[in-house]
Ligand binder design. Structure first.
Ligand SMILES: [Zn+2]
Length: 141
């Protein structure tokens, strides 16, 4: 546990949270500042800053919880869709340095737009550049 982390404090019960699901590895609770009704956060109980810091077995628990939470949230607030996303790192807008997946219910005409909408422009990449990027990622996985 990180004593200064607000999500660790919620896991420890030191700060009240509206818990919607809990098991040995994962906690899901309503976002205190929801972007839509039913906005839920899903976190590993262990303190890890980024997705890639989470041990593989805990990452499996995190994903399998998302797998169950997403339809539960949609059904609970009668939403036809959800945006499911992680801000992974400070430069991506992560404000609490404890991995958390956002499950945000979406509705027709809610004005939110797709994840693509957060990017103002797209890089113009040549086939050669794309080949290099493909190889660079492939050799690291
Ligand atoms: Zn934490």
């Amino acid at each position: 546990m990180d004593e200064d982390c607000i999500f660790c404090q919620i896991v420890a019960g030191e700060i009240p949270g509206r818990t919607v699901y809990e098991d040995d590895d994962v906690l899901a609770f309503l976002d205190a500042n929801p972007l839509a009704e039913g906005h839920t956060l899903v976190i590993p109980k262990e303190h890890h800053e980024r997705l890639n810091d989470v041990p593989a077995d805990k990452a499996e628990s995190l994903y399998s919880t998302l797998h169950e939470i997403v339809p539960a949230v949609e059904d609970a607030v009668d939403a036809p869709a959800t945006t499911v996303a992680f801000n992974n790192g400070e430069a991506a807008g992560q404000e609490v340095p404890h991995v958390h997946g956002h499950v945000v219910p979406r509705f027709e005409g809610d004005g939110g737009g797709p994840i693509h909408g957060i990017f103002g422009s797209r890089p113009g990449l040549s086939d050669e550049e794309l080949d290099e990027i493909e190889a660079a990622i492939d050799e690291r996985v």
